[in-house]
Design a protein around this ligand. Structure first.
Ligand SMILES: [Zn+2]
Length: 295
């Protein structure tokens, strides 16, 4: 965690106040969007690059992000929106229910991602050239893409995440620019948790398993969990897989064990998270909690 900046893990009003637009900006409007023409819209979260907003609105309200309809709130009115690594400084979130709607513009804080070198990787895992291997990689990309397209009807992100390992050391921060064997590569879209091989990996939240495969070229033993609304977490380099596709899991359930399969130089869990096509830092969801309805 050394060198890590303080996280903008604000909750409700503790964080920057969202600018209010549209119907909810009327003088009579309240933060709960009580004005006629508005809908409830309460937001918290880690509003930064690689972060997210958790929201509460009306059940089944349509959620638009920067004008694009991307999601639907759950039957409890909960939703999540992710901000990718290169997200612009502002994000507009709109909740719409019939003819009524409320819009907010959030400040998405920039983050200075570090640059890290990884040397000594087998060349075939950095710049593969063998045609049979390229074929295999293409096939693996296709099955992963299909799994990441899963959209469970759930809001299993509502109580945030717990860490998937009980003890670990963060060996590589999320979002780092990578120099692999001396060549600049894609940013690292995982947070690496170093732990002894065989350490039990646990589900950080409820969800449904959408993919497991033991020997992916890059990822090694890989498991994907669908937490709902396009939020899918991933567990790489496993030495053992203990769940199967379509299996529901509860927070804390064992998924498998830490290993160093695939592109890895030592035993660790590479923990990843996507919201739709955006890559997020899963550690930012640890301890989060979606806004609840006032009692
Ligand atoms: Zn990693």
């Amino acid at each position: 965690m050394i060198g890590r900046r303080p996280l903008l893990l604000g909750f409700g009003a503790a964080l920057a106040t969202p600018r209010m637009l549209g119907a909810s900006a009327l003088p009579q409007g309240s933060a709960q969007g009580a004005a006629q023409g508005a809908v409830d819209l309460v937001l918290n979260g880690a509003w930064r690059q690689g972060g997210y907003a958790l929201g509460r609105t009306e059940p089944r309200a349509l959620i638009l992000v920067d004008g694009e309809a991307l999601s639907t709130a759950s039957t409890d009115g909960l939703f999540i929106v992710g901000f990718d690594r290169d997200a612009p400084a502002l994000a507009e979130i709109e909740a719409r229910s019939g003819a009524r709607s409320t819009r907010r513009v959030l400040d998405v804080a920039p983050y200075a991602f570090p640059s890290t070198r990884v040397d000594g990787l087998p060349p075939a895992t950095v710049e593969p050239s063998d045609p049979a291997l390229l074929d295999r990689i293409r096939q693996e990309v296709a099955v992963k893409t299909e799994a990441f397209a899963s959209r469970a009807e759930a809001d299993d992100f509502r109580d945030g995440f717990i860490w998937p390992l009980e003890t670990y050391r963060i060996s590589s921060e999320w979002g780092a620019q990578r120099i692999l064997n001396g060549t600049p590569a894609r940013p690292h879209y995982g947070v690496d948790l170093a732990a002894p091989a065989g350490t039990v990996i646990r589900a950080p939240a409820d969800g449904r398993i959408v993919f497991t495969r033991p020997n992916m070229h890059f990822e090694g033993g890989l498991t994907l969990i669908d937490h709902g609304q396009g939020l899918i977490s991933a567990y790489l380099h496993q030495s053992q897989l203990d769940v199967t596709p379509n299996q529901p899991v509860r927070r804390g359930d064992p998924l498998g064990r830490v290993g160093m399969t695939g592109r890895a130089t030592g035993p660790h869990l590479c923990w990843r998270l996507k919201w739709r096509d955006r890559n997020l830092d899963p550690s930012l969801l640890v301890g989060a909690r979606a806004p609840r309805r006032p009692a």
